[in-house]
Structures are given as structure tokens and as C-alpha cells.
Ligand binder design. Structure first.
Ligand code: GLY
Length: 373
């Protein structure tokens, strides 16, 4: 390892101040000196949230059979769900905000070129992941929001369309009708979804309230990319931005180490910069799974009491996914039972996630129902 004069002075100053160089600092110095951490490649692997199972298969094929760039491949992967009107978690058909308007968030990072792009609260464009990549490719910015993001997308040639499908409109109306027993709407709770499809913060049992796809890929050269796309929390306040479009929270990629991303309650993740933290934990030597679990612990530690049960366990869902440069992967959520998508030489499949609390420790969902049902 060669240490430049400037780094040498930096190390000397730290030592003189009685500080010991901790591991990240050392890793940074190694990296800057060209002796890169984890600088070797393994097999191609694509990792995503469970709802990305079709996408990981497509992305893996593109990487291994067409020699596609990792970011192009995973964006093509998440496009499957963004363009599927039956998927209410992302893109076309995503559940709308409290005014019935679909607002989409996405971000991406391209490891080899060290670039990033993102859009938030984007309306009327079905594939925010592609718009995020266009921000990355064509501008000197990283994040465009709201009307500015849409104007940019239209200028780039993206097609404007109504993203609110009939099914999502009906779900939104049912939620709206159940809000207040004293307003002019008659409550109509509809049929509650199966218990395992209801999130803890789901008001009125109207489907899930968060749904997102995170996808990460590494190729045989060790080049890595990450992308996250979402329609965010259903019934959110207009203009609400979750973790997905925030580089370092919803996804993060460092070509010397690996990539990570999240799904679930974005407000909980933003406070810990989860994707960045996972990559930093991997840089320090943790496995992808250990890094995800440690980050779940950090989330719990930073959660305000109103969102914890009496045992200090979270009343919401949050999942993390991680992929190391050498092809190792892992994922974790607070509670047992989650799965994530993997595609590698063994095919595309769902794999159980690590967890912090067992199924039995999962608190009961707060009982909320239509007040006039
Ligand atoms: N994780 C997606 C969101 O909170 O919007």
C-alpha cells in the first residue's frame, strides 16, 4: 500500500491527537491509495425484493447472455412490474396519494461510473426508474422532483399517461370513504385482504400501504449497480417522498464493495441511511446478511416510541437487501417470514430472509376498521 504525503500527514495528525484509526478510515485510505477493498469479482448475481422475482430472471439473462450493463439490466428487470397494471406497488397501477394521484419515486446508482440519478413525486410517467437513469445520464443533477421531474421526463421523450387504474381508484375511494364517521361518505370497507398482505400501518385494511422493488446486480467483472422504484406509501400526503429516491437510503452502490437497498416503511429507513450503512458495514468486513441485520437493529434503536410495541419491537415492516462485489448476498427484515429474489447460476428463486424477531414475537396488528361498517 502506498500512502500519499497528504494521507501520511492526516494519519500523523490523528495519531498525535491520540486517535486510533478505526476500520472505515483505514478502508478509505486503502481505497484512495489504489489498494481497493474487496477488489475482485465473483459470479454474476442479481438480488431483489420478493416482488422482483420476474425482474431478477430478466436482468440475469441480460447480464449473462447479452453482456448487458448491470444498470440497464436491473432497470429492465424492474420495468416488468412498473408496467404491470396489476402491481399496485410501483409504476402504472401504483396506489395513489390521499387525493387519488399516483406519485412515483425512484433512484439508481451505476458503480463503474460512480454516477447516480433520482426522481421523486413524479406524476403520469410509468417508469420512474428510467427517468432516474435519464437524470443520471443527461444532467449535472442527481434528484429532480414533482413538476420539474415530469417536465424533464417529457422533454426526454417519456410518454404521459394516467397511472391510476380502476382497481387502485376503487381501493382509494374505499379508503377515503372510511376515513371519517362524520363526513358525507358512507363507509365501504370492502373485503379485508388476507392477514399476511396487511402492513402494520395499514389504515382500514385496504391492501398494503408500502410496496417497492429494490434490485442490485453484479457481473463477472465485479461491476455493480442498484435501483429502487416505488409508488410509495398508499394514501400519503401529496408531495411525500420516501426512502426510495434518496441515494444512501433506498439504494446505494459502491463498485469497490457492493450494493444495498430497502423496501418497507421509508420514514424508518431515511433516518439511518440504511443502504449506505449496509455498504459501509460490508466494507468493514460484515457479510451482506450481517450488515442487513445490523442495520435493522439501528432502525429499531432510532424508532420513536409510538411506532414500537411495549416490548420495543417495531409496528411496521422494513426489509434490507445486500449484494457484495464477490457475489455473496443476503437480506433481513425485522420479523420472520420474509423472502427475497435471487438469480444466479442456480436460476431465479425466492430465498428466506434473515430476521431479528421470530414470527411468535410479531405484535398483533392494531385493530382498525371502518367506523360505520
Ligand atoms: N420504501 C418505500 C417508501 O416508503 O416509499
Amino acid at each position: 500500500m502506498t500512502v500519499t504525503r497528504r494521507e501520511f500527514i492526516g494519519i500523523g495528525a490523528a495519531t498525535a491527537a491520540g486517535l486510533t484509526l478505526h476500520r472505515p478510515a483505514r478502508a478509505e485510505i486503502l481505497e484512495r491509495s489504489g489498494d481497493r477493498v474487496g477488489d475482485f469479482a465473483g459470479p454474476p448475481v442479481v438480488v431483489a425484493s420478493a416482488n422482483g422475482i420476474r425482474g431478477v430472471a430478466r436482468a440475469y439473462d441480460m447480464i449473462t447472455k447479452q453482456n448487458a450493463d448491470t444498470l440497464d439490466a436491473i432497470i429492465a428487470g424492474v420495468n416488468i412490474e412498473e408496467l404491470d397494471p396489476d402491481d399496485q406497488a410501483v409504476g402504472l397501477g401504483g396506489l395513489p396519494n390521499e387525493e387519488g394521484v399516483v406519485e412515483l419515486d425512484a433512484s439508481c446508482m451505476h458503480g463503474p461510473t460512480k454516477r447516480a440519478g433520482a426522481v421523486a413525486a413524479l406524476q403520469d410517467i410509468a417508469t420512474p426508474s428510467n427517468v432516474a437513469k435519464a437524470v443520471m445520464d443527461y444532467t449535472d443533477h442527481i434528484l429532480l422532483v414533482g413538476p420539474g421531474a415530469k417536465k424533464f421526463a417529457l422533454e426526454m421523450g417519456f410518454k404521459e399517461q394516467n397511472l391510476l387504474t380502476e382497481k387502485s381508484r376503487q381501493d382509494w375511494l374505499r379508503w377515503k370513504a372510511c376515513l371519517n364517521p362524520n363526513d358525507n361518505w358512507l363507509d365501504n370497507p370492502g373485503t379485508p385482504p388476507p392477514a399476511d398482505k396487511v402492513a402494520y400501518d395499514d389504515p382500514l385494511h385496504v391492501k398494503f400501504t408500502t410496496g417497492t422493488i429494490n434490485m442490485n446486480a453484479v457481473n463477472s467483472r465485479g461491476d455493480i449497480s442498484s435501483v429502487t422504484t416505488t409508488s410509495g406509501r398508499a394514501w400519503k400526503l401529496p408531495g411525500r417522498v420516501g426512502d426510495s429516491p434518496l441515494v444512501g437510503a433506498g439504494q446505494y452502490c459502491d463498485n469497490t464493495v457492493g450494493a444495498a437497498g430497502s423496501t418497507g416503511r421509508g420514514e424508518a429507513n431515511i433516518k439511518v441511511c440504511g443502504a449506505f450503512l449496509i455498504v459501509e458495514f460490508m466494507r468493514q468486513g460484515m457479510t451482506p446478511e450481517q450488515a442487513c441485520l445490523r442495520t435493522i437493529e439501528r432502525v429499531v434503536a432510532l424508532t420513536e416510541p409510538r411506532l414500537l410495541d411495549r416490548n420495543g419491537r417495531p409496528l411496521f415492516d422494513l426489509e434490507f437487501y445486500a449484494l457484495a462485489k464477490d457475489g455473496r448476498f443476503g437480506a433481513a427484515s425485522a420479523y420472520e417470514g420474509g423472502q427475497f429474489s435471487v438469480a444466479d447460476a442456480s436460476g431465479a428463486r425466492l430465498v428466506p430472509m434473515a430476521f431479528k424477531y421470530s414470527r411468535a414475537q410479531r405484535p398483533m396488528m392494531p385493530e382498525v376498521s371502518c367506523r360505520r361498517a
